[in-house]
Design a protein around this ligand. Structure first.
Ligand code: PBG
Length: 328
């Protein structure tokens, strides 16, 4: 279609506020948002996370204080990260039913039937070395042995009450390993949302601080994806589709919108974009510095993800955004 000024004037559609509203193409609504929550051992604890101002570590008994207000604002989905009371080589605490993540899932599942509970399935928070898999004596990450451990973590989370498990480790074959383990236990209705396009990113810094999951040696580049390789990223993400993933996560979100829009074109699965800790802090710092208008800036940033093709947006700003959206 050719369009020529002055016959065509784009501003005719933008001049009138009612028409502008009628022609809104992409919306950001509370129902699209997922709020990540860190759960830690103990009782009566709500401890602010220094690396992530505005985010806290919660003990299970105090979770209603963050879950209820969010639900009142229309945020119904929560993504849980567990901080265990012990760590070992193979991350045993990740599959321990008495640990905070599992306890949180079972208590919320009983108290809030409308809440949708997603568990982050990984090993790095639970291993003494901080890697997302089993480390061999020569310091490599053993893919297939890691699958066995990850499937156990996912099973324990599903048994505890997770509606959905979200493997974020980036081992090959984890989606099918987890799907098979769930199905073998009759948990065919538990969904798997894989972090399908997860980059080896500098933007996880504050999270690793918050979750105590910085690797004690090496880095995660043997399993997380290189920012320089779009074709490899898409191939890797589409592998998860073939293995039976129900939804895919792209992470970080803001600097990977090309990946979101390519995946949107190549698969019909629901897509989630994760505004990770480093992006959160970029936005927070800009707001604190007076360089970014809080409400409009946050709305624009998160709407960008929806425009690129995200069905869901995982963000530490979920409650703030929902409260802004409620005001209209
Ligand atoms: C665990 C995991 C990480 C994040 C989510 N799940 C950290 C990592 O891979 O190092 C990052 C989230 C964030 O930065 O907000 N595997």
């Amino acid at each position: 279609m050719m369009s020529y000024f002055p016959i065509v004037r784009m501003r005719r559609l933008r001049e009138n506020a009612t028409l502008r509203h009628m022609l809104t193409e992409v919306t950001l609504e509370a129902r699209h948002l997922v709020l990540p929550i860190f759960v830690r051992p103990g009782r009566g604890v709500c401890e602010p996370v220094e690396a992530l101002p505005g985010v806290a570590h919660w003990s299970v008994d105090r979770l209603p204080e963050i879950v209820e207000p969010a639900m009142e604002l229309g945020v119904k989905a929560f993504l849980f990260f567990g901080l265990p009371s012990y760590k070992d080589e193979d991350g045993t605490s990740g599959a321990d039913m008495s640990q905070p993540a599992q306890q949180a899932l079972s208590s919320l599942r009983a108290c809030y039937p409308d809440a949708y509970l997603i568990a982050d399935t990984c090993l790095c928070e639970y291993t003494s070395h901080g890697h997302c898999g089993h480390v061999t004596p020569d310091g490599r990450i053993d893919n297939d042995e890691s699958l066995r451990l990850l499937a156990n973590v996912a099973l324990s989370q599903a048994r505890a009450g997770a509606h959905m498990v979200a493997p974020s480790d980036m081992m090959d074959g984890r989606v099918s390993a987890i799907r098979a383990a769930l199905d073998a236990e009759g948990m065919t209705d538990v969904a798997v949302m894989s972090y399908a396009a997860k980059l080896a990113s500098a933007f996880y810094g504050p999270f690793r601080h918050a979750a105590g999951s910085t690797p004690s040696f090496g880095d995660r580049r043997s399993y997380q994806l290189p920012a320089s390789n779009p074709r490899e990223i898409i191939r890797d993400a589409l592998m998860d589709v073939g293995e039976g993933a129900d939804a895919l996560v792209v992470k970080p979100a803001g600097c990977c919108l090309d990946i979101v829009s390519r995946l949107r074109a190549e698969t019909d699965l629901p897509l989630a974009g994760y505004v990770v800790s480093g992006e959160y802090m970029m936005l927070r710092s800009a707001i604190a510095f007076g360089s970014l208008e809080e409400e409009r800036g946050l709305l624009e940033y998160h709407t960008g993800l929806r425009r690129a093709g995200c069905d869901l947006v995982i963000t530490y700003f979920a409650s703030e955004l929902a409260s802004r959206l409620k005001k209209g």
